[in-house]
Design a protein around this ligand. Structure first.
Ligand SMILES: NC(=O)c1ccc[n+]([C@@H]2O[C@H](COP(=O)([O-])OP(=O)(O)OC[C@H]3O[C@@H](n4cnc5c(N)ncnc54)[C@H](OP(=O)(O)O)[C@@H]3O)[C@@H](O)[C@H]2O)c1
Length: 266
């Protein structure tokens, strides 16, 4: 399987690193096109892959062409690729917001996978939600699944509308969780704990809670009730969170991010 990355930034590099680490492809089978010379040098030196500045040259002979530039750079990048892709090649876009219809129109190409990864993909703990157009063969879908699986967990969805929803939940989600993390650390400092002590305590509490929820398979409310003794400290804290409208705040955040994702996609 030969892959070309158009855009070798943070996410492109995360995928390249994961694929090589897991031995899914060899360095000789990866090419990257990036307009930044500094990025090309970095990727060539770090991963021993071919890095070029012309997308037309990079996509020749590739099975999967990964679109990993920022959405706003896509129109310019698409000009260099329009009508140059063969029907047997698959375009795999990780760009936020840009629909498969827009990608098809801009590239003049039918076989498109649209995926929404997230930043924990950089350590193989990502959550990727993806969909594919009818022109993507079952065999190529399996290859794409293998590529995305290198980043962590992946879920295929039939309907593209779920990609915009996933953009709000798993794509933006890490930023929401980092905000919660920061708020808990600041609160610990506020009641008198040192920041260097509070940080690992908070991170492990979040990590342990997520792993426990995953391993137990129990409803989050059940897990919460198990640590809420009558008249206890947790009950007191939970009441304060409810009074501050925490559920509504998260609902608003997800709905706002979802609306933005739909808007970006036109
Ligand atoms: N980061 C996330 O959490 C996340 C999650 C899911 C999806 N995504 C999506 O992943 C994509 C990449 O994000 P990122 O954070 O990796 O961005 P990034 O670090 O800015 O990487 C994009 C790279 O592409 C290069 N580039 C721009 N235009 C190009 C062109 N025409 N041809 C070749 N290379 C070009 C950029 O060069 P210059 O710097 O010189 O412009 C940059 O090195 C975005 O579409 C984003 O929506 C990101």
């Amino acid at each position: 399987m030969k892959l070309t990355f158009i855009g070798g930034g943070v996410m492109g590099e995360a995928i390249i690193g994961a694929l090589l680490n897991k031995g899914i492809v060899q360095a000789a089978d990866i090419a990257v096109c990036d307009i930044a010379a500094r990025r090309r040098r970095h990727l060539e030196r770090t991963y021993r892959i071919k890095a070029v500045d012309s997308s037309a040259a990079a996509i020749t002979g590739s099975d999967i062409v990964v679109l990993a530039m920022k959405p706003q750079d896509f129109p310019a990048a698409a000009k260099g690729m329009h009508s140059r892709l063969k029907a047997s090649q698959t375009v795999l876009s990780i760009m936020a917001g840009i629909s498969t219809t827009t990608i098809r129109d801009r590239l003049g190409h039918e076989a498109i996978v649209r995926a929404m990864p997230n930043t924990p993909a950089q350590i193989g703990e990502g959550m990727t939600v993806w969909t594919a157009t009818e022109a993507v063969s079952p065999q190529r879908r399996r290859s794409v699944q293998e590529v995305l699986g290198a980043l962590g967990q992946e879920i295929y969805v039939e309907d593209e509308k779920y990609i915009n929803m996933a953009t709000a939940i798993s794509g933006s989600g890490p930023a929401f969780i980092f905000l919660v993390m920061e708020a808990l650390i600041d609160a610990a400092v506020h009641i008198g704990m040192r920041r260097d002590m509070a940080t690992p305590i908070v991170i492990q509490t979040l990590l342990g809670s997520a792993r426990y929820a995953q391993a137990s398979g129990k409803h989050p409310a059940d897990l919460r009730n198990m640590v809420t003794s009558p008249g206890g400290t947790t009950a007191e804290g939970l009441l304060a969170l409810e009074q501050a409208g925490i559920r509504a705040a998260f609902a608003e955040a997800i709905m706002a991010a979802y609306e933005k994702a739909k808007q970006l996609g036109g």
